[in-house]
Design a protein around this ligand. Structure first.
Ligand code: CO
Length: 211
């Protein structure tokens, strides 16, 4: 028997009517256009719902999510989202948000195979290898994993900042800041990793920063 998930439709009707009670024009206004100022690049993890954790409504956040919040230079999906957000929507901020307890990062650190996803997670393993010394100096696996969740996020900020999309925007004078944040699924708190870049000089400085 096919389960058509009726509860979700029930929830949806309630949500839509609750929204209209608070703001009767909400949907008719959104139907005209979206003008978000933020692009969120986060993990697919169900515990990290972009809009909820920063208290934003539909229309306020343009979102791309994938396993382990990766920005890969040949990923046309992610790059198309970025290009549309920057060139058409003229967003002002790109937020790369990693999270502690990331299953993708954990899987990348494990030796046993996980199937197709290991090809995607190879990018995380490359980062793990790049920071091998730094990670080896940490006292426990839990700390190594937490640190790799942070380092992976920083590397994705660098990847965003290294795209032609961002460089072209900066060179035509468009104001655009790329942020690296990390969210803790254990307490719901977001932390700024302090790796903001808003110019090619900032990117250069970040590349030279000792992590
Ligand atoms: Co994750």
């Amino acid at each position: 028997m096919i389960d058509r998930l009726p509860n979700l439709f029930k929830n949806n009707r309630k949500w839509a009517s609750d929204m209209r009670v608070v703001d009767p024009e909400f949907f008719s206004r959104l139907a005209q256009q979206q003008s978000p100022e933020l692009l969120w690049i986060g993990c697919s993890d169900s515990r990290v719902p972009a809009n909820e954790i920063v208290g934003l409504l539909p229309g306020e956040l343009f979102v791309h999510r994938n396993v382990a919040n990766l920005v890969i230079h040949t990923d046309m999906n992610c790059l198309s989202v970025l290009q549309y957000a920057v060139d058409i929507l003229k967003i002002k901020h790109v937020i790369v948000c990693g999270h502690y307890g990331c299953g993708g990062i954990k899987a990348a650190m494990e030796e046993h195979p996980h199937g197709l996803v290991d090809n995607w997670l190879r990018h995380v393993r490359d980062i793990q290898q790049r920071y091998q010394q730094l990670l080896a100096a940490l006292p426990s696996d839990a700390e190594r994993m937490g640190r790799l969740c942070e380092l992976n996020t920083v590397e994705q900020v660098i990847n965003v900042g290294s795209t032609t999309i961002i460089h072209d925007a900066w060179s035509r004078g468009q104001s655009l800041t790329v942020h690296g944040w990390i969210y803790d699924v254990a307490d719901g708190v977001l932390k700024d990793l302090d790796v903001c870049i808003a110019s090619p000089e900032d990117l250069k400085a970040l590349l030279n920063k000792t992590l």
